[in-house]
Design a protein around this ligand. Sequence first.
Ligand SMILES: Nc1ncnc2c1ncn2[C@@H]1O[C@H](COP(=O)(O)OP(=O)(O)O)[C@@H](O)[C@H]1O
Ligand SMILES: [Mg+2]
Length: 155
Amino acid sequence: MSALMEKTFHLVSDEKTRDFGAALATIMRAGDVFALHGGLGAGKTTLTRGLIQSLLGADEEVPSPTYTLVQIYETDAFPIWHFDLYRLESPEDLHELGWDETDQGVAILEWPDKSGDQLPAWRLDIHLEFDGDQRIVRLVPCGEDWQTRIDDFRF
Ligand SMILES: Nc1ncnc2c1ncn2[C@@H]1O[C@H](COP(=O)(O)OP(=O)(O)O)[C@@H](O)[C@H]1O
Ligand SMILES: [Mg+2]
């Protein structure tokens, strides 16, 4: 089996992070899981905001789900669940948040490690890292299908 290849992009501004989210929206399919890794302020919510607003319009409010833990958006194709698991106490609590319905749509997860063994093995890992004032984003495929989709992705 060949080694998985990740792709790295430089995001010079907040706007580029949102544009990057919008670019990811174009390759998204029902059943996808996007796991957003990175510390506080890395740009996880900003990227998700760009993704959702590219589908629903710039007027769509995309608040951080820090306290609600999840926000749901209805798009033409499927619902999108935006989770922020920072405050999740136990992976078991995910079932109360609609976790088991997310395979009907797309799940975008901030603080995915909090989901423990509930985190699907087949997913796209998106790592946001600081580069001075700017950001670096790395796409890491988890599962063969994701490798092909990442290979085809352009930004
Ligand atoms: N590429 C970038 N360059 C500079 N600032 C950025 C970039 N992307 C996002 N930001 C800023 O960094 C902060 C990220 O906040 P947020 O998206 O809430 O982070 P997180 O959800 O990871 O905690 C926001 O102030 C946003 O404007
Ligand atoms: Mg956030």
